[in-house]
Design a protein around this ligand. Structure first.
Ligand code: ZN
Length: 492
């Protein structure tokens, strides 16, 4: 093929993806190769070999780039490992090839070991044999070196360093604070504190959203709150003075979270608790679960205990229904006839039923709170976390000193990071447990009245499987609590 077409040139492509420890290179290796292959076609060049170095930074002295070395030796010999002649080289960008003067010199020497070679990069086709190109290349190297350094400095000076100094970095006034982003807004911060307590006690984010909408609160961008924006406010570590960057708390050299200069709204402990609570509920979908807000306390919790003609119990879930206008009470529970069954025979007046079940549940919760009084033990894995953090620190130091190469560093880093992440999640979970145990100790009776309907339903479902309602007590007969049979959850 090569012999038949004298204009056809066999070229090799070089791609490299760098990994600076934080951000994956935007252009993946495949993208680079795809672009180069596309360009080769335009010039009637044939790509006969692809060299690829992965995760290696060309500007670090200690790094050996295997395929780059292979390329140099193949260029010198004149053929690819399979024996194709090399008439030219393509690179996505010249800084993919070299970032250090010594690399550039070696590359140029290997390239010009043979005559009439072509070279192409993002600057187009270039004549590497031309007089002065050696200098031009060196200048390029120098510029790209300074670019690398500048980039490193820039990231060091940006968000992270501001965050490390504990200074606010938000572009907008955060909800809860005044324009200086430091002083609390009395009304908004109170609303947040209340919402955190309510969610910890079982309120749904949908309920908070509705409340904030009704109150006319606006997000920092001037919109009414939606489910997502409320959720974001509530899990923001800023609430307790912490700062998050890319999903991780910003920590100082001793691995302690940096505390900002702004006033905090809640304690870190509460923030851990609320974050754990919301995440565990969210199941990753980020959407309100169910989306259904019940109107009556015991809908779905009440079950019909009517014995049918065939001797079985109906056991249908009862529905809350509006009571007739002439009655003294507002709602009732009915075993509605549906496609799934339902005998339409059992009905209970709502006020008395709710009152009785609430009384039972409060008594039960009180007993449980007593039992929860025994302390949640201290977190037992603090030493493990400390050790893992120290190991990572040591690894980073050895890498920075050049005692280990990038390959070893990036091979050893991920398992350590995973372990630290896992331990921190466990720690957060433990803190949440502790906060929950503490919350359980507050007076159940006093707080019950302040609970929203969803909070009450959550509390009820935590201790009760169901309430079986046996028909009877209709009409003028007195309401008979004996006809309501709670089914308690075991272990409670
Ligand atoms: Zn029934």
């Amino acid at each position: 093929m090569v012999a038949a077409d004298p204009t056809l040139k066999c070229v090799v492509c070089y791609a490299r993806i760098s990994f600076d420890g934080r951000v994956k290179d935007a252009h993946g290796v495949e993208d680079q190769h795809r672009d180069m292959t596309g360009n080769a076609k335009k010039f009637n060049w044939l790509v006969v070999y692809r060299y690829t170095d992965n995760d290696k930074s060309a500007s670090k002295e200690t790094v050996v780039r295997d395929d780059f070395e292979q390329l140099l030796s193949d260029l010198t010999v004149g053929t690819t490992p399979e024996g194709y002649p090399i008439h030219g080289v393509m690179a996505a960008n010249d800084d993919r090839l070299y970032r250090r003067p010594s690399d550039w010199e070696r590359y140029l020497k290997a390239f010009s070991a043979h005559e009439d070679r072509v070279y192409h990069d993002s600057n187009g086709i270039q004549d590497l044999y031309a007089e002065g190109f050696e200098i031009k290349g060196l200048v390029g190297v120098a510029m790209s070196l300074s670019e690398t350094r500048k980039k490193q400095r820039r990231t060091r000076n940006s968000h992270r360093s501001r965050a490390l100094r504990g200074q606010p970095v938000a572009a907008w006034r955060p909800f809860g604070w005044q324009d200086d982003k430091i002083t609390l807004d009395p009304v908004e911060s109170r609303a947040i504190r209340q919402a955190v307590d309510d969610v910890l006690a079982g309120a749904s984010i949908s309920e908070i959203t509705r409340r904030w909408k009704e109150a006319g609160y606006l997000t920092s961008r001037g919109n009414l709150f939606q489910y997502q924006s409320v959720k974001q406010v509530l899990i923001n570590p800023r609430l307790c003075g912490y700062r998050e960057l890319k999903g991780e708390l910003v920590r100082d050299g001793d691995d302690q979270p940096i505390v900002g200069t702004w006033e905090a709204i809640i304690t870190p402990k509460k923030w851990y608790a609320i974050t754990a609570k919301i995440r565990e509920r969210g199941h990753g979908s980020g959407l309100p679960r169910g989306g259904l807000v019940h109107k009556y306390l015991l809908t779905g919790i009440m079950r019909c205990g009517n014995v049918l003609e065939d001797g079985t119990t109906c056991n249908n879930k009862m529905t809350g229904v509006k009571a007739n206008d002439w009655l003294k009470y507002r709602h009732g529970y009915l075993c509605k006839k549906t496609v799934d069954g339902g005998c339409n025979r059992t009905y209970k007046r709502g006020d008395k039923t709710d009152e009785y079940i609430e009384r039972l549940v409060i008594a039960k919760l009180k007993a449980e709170a007593e039992a929860a009084r025994e302390e949640v033990p201290e977190w037992s894995r603090a030493d493990d976390l400390e050790r893992a953090v120290q190991s990572r620190k040591a690894l980073e130091q050895r890498w920075q000193k050049g005692e280990i190469d990038d390959e070893a560093f990036f091979r050893n880093l991920p398992p350590l990071e995973t372990r630290i992440k896992e331990l921190r999640a466990d720690q957060a979970h433990h803190l949440a447990l502790k906060a929950e145990a503490e919350a359980a100790r507050e007076d159940v009776t006093a707080s019950w009245g302040d609970k929203t309907l969803t909070q009450k339903r959550t509390a009820i479902k935590k201790v009760l499987h169901a309430v079986i309602a046996v028909p009877g007590g209709k009409g003028n007969k007195a309401f008979d609590v004996e006809l309501l049979k709670p089914v308690w959850r075991s272990g409670g």
